[in-house]
Design a protein. Structure first.
Length: 202
């Protein structure tokens, strides 16, 4: 495995578990069994490493979600699969990672937000349009505002330190907000479909 990929794979759990502020390049070097000087031959500083990690992870997640879209049974199932996939991602990440990113790495945070909002907007827009055509979602929806509302909900969960969520509370709240959102945009036909997908879950 190339050294760059090794650095990304090694630093990811450290950053996700402890946040980006507290993890040092020395810790990453020790975890990989190399010198810090060797890391600097690949990454000029920690900021560059963090930015590359985020771009790499977002690219991987987008590919996963795109595959889920292609394999889904209908728009409701598609949206649930996406939400479930995001919950699995959040299970790997402590909330401090997102708090640190916003507070201490403003430029990287901005890049993350721009990319996240771009691909998330497109995925949700396509989903809602299909759902309206098939009668699962309400025809009178203001699609852009509906999408922005959902993205704002996610941002509140990810970046608002006032909540002080534990990781478990974070995931539960994310799943709860998804259910409120999907029920809110759906028709009665959509509600019946949602109930089928959630009938074996608490």
């Amino acid at each position: 495995m190339p050294l760059k990929q090794q650095l990304l794979e090694t630093s990811k759990p450290l950053f996700f578990r402890n946040g980006v502020k507290s993890v040092t390049m020395d810790e990453i070097a020790n975890a990989l069994g190399i010198s810090k000087k060797t890391i600097y031959q690949v990454y000029a500083d920690k900021n560059t490493l963090i930015e590359d990690l985020i771009v790499s992870e977002m690219t991987a997640q987008y590919q996963i979600l795109s595959a889920l879209v292609n394999s889904s049974e209908n728009p409701i199932h598609e949206m649930k699969q996406i939400s479930d996939s995001m919950s699995k991602v959040f299970m790997q990440i402590q909330p401090v990672f997102f708090y640190d990113l916003k507070k201490y790495y403003a430029l990287i945070y901005r890049t993350f937000q721009e990319q996240k909002n771009h691909w998330a907007f497109n995925l949700i827009q396509q989903n809602i349009q299909k759902g309206i055509e098939l009668g699962y979602y309400r025809a009178q929806l203001d699609i852009p505002r509906t999408i922005h509302l959902r993205l704002k909900q996610l941002d509140e969960l990810l970046f608002n330190p006032e909540y002080g969520f534990s990781q478990n509370e974070f995931i539960i709240t994310h799943e709860m907000s998804f259910r409120y959102f999907i029920y809110g945009i759906s028709t009665l036909k959509g509600h019946h479909m949602i109930d089928q997908y959630f009938q074996y879950e608490p």
